[in-house]
Design a protein around this ligand. Structure first.
Ligand SMILES: *Cc1c(COP(=O)(O)O)cnc(C)c1O
Length: 360
C-alpha cells in the first residue's frame, strides 16, 4: 500500500446536509486535495487540506488568459464500500487537456492515489441513495502573477468534492428539449474543443442562455466550419439510434472525447447492439426522422449519465423523437450503465475502482 499523503486536519468538521435534498455542485465536503507546481520544483507539496477559500494573485494568468482545465467524475457508495468509476480515464484526459494549453503533465498514478486518499478521508460524505453520488471536480490553473502572455511558471491543482443528488430526482428519465444552434459555435478544428478547458464553457454560455430563454434545455452544437455536422449537446456527447444501430459523431478534434461516450459505445457492443462513429449532418438527421429510421436520441456525460432527447428544433422546424418519451435502447443503456456504476450489476469490464480504507 502507498504511503499516506500529508493531511492537514481541519479544526472543525461541517455538519452534513440532509442527503435527501441534495442538488448538484452546491455543497462541498470537509477536505480537498492540493498539489503545486513551480518551474524549479516541478509538481510538489501534494496534501489534503481543509476545503476553503484560497489565496491567488490578482495577476494570476488563469484569470487573465484562461489557462485552466478541469475534470469531472463520480464516486458511489454500495454496501458500505466506496467506488470510483473509470478514474484512470479522467487523469489520462486531464494530461491531454494540459498538453493542449502548454501546462505541465501530472503523474496519473499519483493523482489517482491522491484522489483515493481524499475520498477516504471524506468517506462519510458519499451519499448512497438512489441516483446519488459524490461528484469529484479536479481542476488545474495557472497561478503565476505576471501579465506577460506566456505559459505560466506556476500552477495549482485542486480536487474538490460535492455530494450530489440524482439529476432527475429518482430513476425515471426526463426527456429534454434541444435547440440546434446555427449562429454561435462551441469549438473549431485545430482549437481546444477536444480538451476540457474552462474557456470552452465561457464560450458556450450566451447560446445556452438564449436557448433557455426560448424554453429549451440545451443547445446542440454544429461543427465550427460549415455549421452542418452534429457535434455535441451542452456538456454532453450525443447519440442516435438509427435502424436499431447506436450511432455517435466521430471524434474530430472539436468534440470532447467523453468517458461516458466511450463507455456507452463499449456497453452497447456488449449488449449486442451494432455501433457506429461517423460524421452525421443535421439535414441527414431530419431525413432519417422523416423516414422513420431515427428512433431515439440521447446525450451522455458524467453529470446526467444518459439524458433522452424529446424534441429537436433546427431553424423553424421541430421534430419530436419517440413521441417525446424515453426509448427502449436509451432506457436499457441507462439501466445497465447506472447498475454497473452503483454496484447493483456485475462489473465485467473492470470499470469500478474501490477506495481502500487507509490507516490514519
Ligand atoms: C465533460 C464533457 C462531456 C462529457 O464527458 P464525460 O467524460 O462523459 O463526462 C461532453 N462534452 C463536453 C463539452 C464536456 O466538457
Amino acid at each position: 500500500m502507498s504511503e499516506n499523503i500529508e493531511l492537514k486536519v481541519s479544526p472543525e468538521l461541517k455538519e452534513k446536509p440532509d442527503f435527501s435534498q441534495l442538488t448538484f455542485g452546491e455543497i462541498f465536503t470537509d477536505y480537498m486535495l492540493s498539489f503545486e507546481y513551480s518551474l524549479d520544483q516541478g509538481w510538489h507539496d501534494l496534501k489534503i487540506i481543509p476545503y476553503g477559500p484560497i489565496e491567488l494573485s490578482p495577476a494570476a494568468q488563469s484569470i487573465h488568459y484562461g489557462q485552466a482545465v478541469f475534470e469531472g467524475l463520480k464516486a458511489y457508495k454500495h454496501d458500505g464500500e466506496v467506488v470510483l468509476f473509470r478514474p484512470e480515464e479522467n487523469f489520462k484526459r486531464i494530461n491531454q487537456s494540459l498538453e493542449r494549453l502548454k501546462m505541465p503533465q501530472i503523474d496519473e498514478a499519483l493523482l489517482l492515489e491522491g484522489l483515493k486518499q481524499l475520498v477516504d478521508v471524506d468517506r462519510e460524505w458519499v451519499p448512497d441513495g438512489e441516483g446519488q453520488s459524490l461528484y469529484i471536480r479536479p481542476t488545474v490553473f495557472a497561478t503565476q502573477g505576471v501579465l506577460g502572455v506566456h505559459p505560466s511558471h506556476e500552477y495549482r491543482l485542486l480536487i474538490i468534492l460535492s455530494p450530489s443528488g440524482s439529476y432527475y430526482g429518482g430513476d425515471s428519465l426526463r426527456t429534454t428539449k434541444i435547440y440546434v444552434e446555427d449562429e454561435y459555435v462551441r469549438a473549431v478544428r485545430g482549437g481546444v474543443g477536444f480538451a476540457k478547458v474552462a474557456g470552452n464553457y465561457a464560450a458556450s454560455l450566451l447560446a445556452q442562455a438564449n436557448a433557455n430563454q426560448l424554453g429549451f434545455d440545451q443547445v446542440l452544437w454544429l461543427d465550427g466550419v460549415e455549421q452542418k455536422y452534429v457535434e455535441e449537446v451542452g456538456s454532453m456527447n450525443i447519440f442516435f439510434v438509427i435502424d436499431g444501430k447506436v450511432v455517435t459523431p466521430s471524434l474530430n478534434g472539436s468534440i470532447l472525447p467523453g468517458i461516458t461516450r466511450k463507455t456507452v459505445l463499449e456497453l452497447a457492443e456488449s449488449l449486442g447492439y451494432e455501433t457506429e462513429e461517423r460524421r452525421i449532418s443535421i439535414e441527414e438527421l431530419y431525413e432519417l426522422h422523416q423516414s422513420g429510421a431515427l428512433t431515439e436520441v440521447f446525450g451522455t456525460g458524467t453529470a446526467a449519465v444518459i439524458s433522452p432527447v424529446g424534441t429537436l428544433q433546427y431553424r423553424d422546424e421541430e421534430i419530436v423523437i419517440n413521441n417525446n418519451e424515453t426509448g427502449p435502447v436509451t432506457q436499457k443503456l441507462y439501466d445497465h450503465y447506472t447498475g454497473i456504476q452503483s454496484g447493483k450489476l456485475e462489473d465485467p469490464h473492470g470499470w469500478r475502482v474501490v477506495v481502500p480504507r487507509y490507516d490514519r
